[in-house]
Design a binder for this molecule. Structure first.
Ligand SMILES: NC(=O)c1ccc[n+]([C@@H]2O[C@H](COP(=O)([O-])OP(=O)(O)OC[C@H]3O[C@@H](n4cnc5c(N)ncnc54)[C@H](O)[C@@H]3O)[C@@H](O)[C@H]2O)c1
Length: 339
């Protein structure tokens, strides 16, 4: 069987997972990697047999590719996405698809025009606990959902130490879009309106103009009301880089999902840690877990002509909610989600 020839654009903290996933996937041939940072590219030379580029246009010109995977910063997804689409490549884009609805629509329109497909890496849809929860929701005996709560929070090191573009993104784009997509997937319908409040204090005092926390109240078409909380200021001492919980009350049931306690506790003399054993772990060098599965599925769906589990429309709908949340934060009003 012909292997899928792939390139990765953006080889930072998360892009390296794409690189590892493709290089272990027996149906993929990781041909090239593009990043602006020459040190990162030089570091790849030993471990991976790939051609390296600092310019995506040159890479697209020189290489014979089937697909491109994009893991650049949140605000820089559209340019590599459009460049790849216009060369006829299927794309996998890290969440969020873009940072505005307008840009997301442009990506989707161009993909239609060039007859290529867009997948978005909403990896929470591959979390075994989330799949289990979704299956319970699908059972008639569970009854219709009435109220939902979800939080997803990062320790303060993420916006202050991990990368330098936090003020060009927000907890809504970085974390909220994951939640909005997940809730749409659980509910099986779209959001209709939102009211959101948020605080800009701590990060602002550290020179980062972004929200510390955002709480959004979201009404869905099925009349289920959700509260979604996202923050970027959990204390550094929290035993995991992020925290997440979901609770759904239905006619006949209460469903709870705990993303914090994932089976392993580790205590040293200085810190306790509760790593997520199911997300991305190193299994004798091979990357393994629900953070890797969407990348493998991308390859499988293209080779076997299957629908993507999360596609461009999912990326767009999640952004519609994100844009409405930001708009409500600014206006203090309930915002209807336009389509
Ligand atoms: N860090 C995480 O835990 C995490 C988890 C899931 C998803 N993501 C998503 O993955 C994406 C990347 O996040 P990250 O944490 O890896 O960021 P990062 O800053 O560590 O990496 C981004 C990389 O993109 C490169 N880059 C920037 N502009 C470029 C350009 N024009 N051409 C080529 N390369 C360019 C940078 O040099 C950098 O190496 C984001 O959209 C983020 O939301 C991150």
């Amino acid at each position: 069987m012909k292997k899928l020839k792939v390139a990765v654009v953006g080889a930072g903290i998360y892009g390296i997972n794409h690189i590892k996933a493709f290089s272990w996937n027996k149906d993929a041939d990781l041909v090239a990697v593009c990043d602006l940072n020459q040190d990162i590219l030089d570091g790849l030379k030993d471990g991976f047999n790939v051609n390296i580029y600092t310019n995506i246009e040159k890479m697209l010109e020189d290489e014979d590719l089937d697909a491109v995977s994009i893991a650049t910063p949140d605000f820089f997804h559209m340019e590599p996405a459009l460049a790849s689409i216009r060369k006829g490549k299927d794309i996998l884009v890290e969440k969020p698809l873009a940072t505005t609805v307008e840009d997301a629509l442009m990506i989707i329109e161009e993909a239609k025009k060039y007859n290529v497909r867009v997948a978005v890496d909403y990896h929470k849809r591959w979390d075994p606990a989330a799949i289990n929860l979704k299956n319970e929701l699908l059972k008639e005996s569970t009854g219709v959902p009435i109220r939902g709560y979800m939080n997803m929070d990062d320790i303060i090191d993420v916006p202050t130490k991990w990368f330098n573009w936090a003020d060009k993104s927000s907890p809504v784009h970085f974390l909220g879009t994951h939640c909005y997509d997940q809730i749409r997937w659980y509910m099986g319908c779209e959001a209709v309106s939102t009211y959101a409040v948020g605080t800009k204090k701590l990060l602002k005092s550290k020179g980062i103009d972004s929200y510390d926390t955002i709480q959004a109240f979201i009404k869905f078409e099925n009349d289920c009301y959700w509260t979604v909380e996202n923050s970027w200021i959990y204390p550094s001492g929290f035993p995991k880089n992020n925290d997440g919980r979901t609770q759904i009350l239905t006619e006949n049931a209460l469903l709870r999902l705990d993303s914090q306690n994932r089976g392993l506790e580790f205590y040293s003399n200085t810190k306790g840690q509760t790593p997520n054993s199911y997300f991305i772990i190193n299994n004798n060098g091979r990357p393994y877990g629900f953070g890797i599965e969407p990348i493998n599925d991308f390859v499988d769906c293209i080779i076997n002509n299957k629908s993507f589990i999360a596609d461009g429309k999912d990326g767009l709908e999640s952004l519609r909610i994100a844009e409405a949340v930001h708009s409500s934060l600014e206006s203090g009003e309930v915002v209807k989600i336009k389509r």
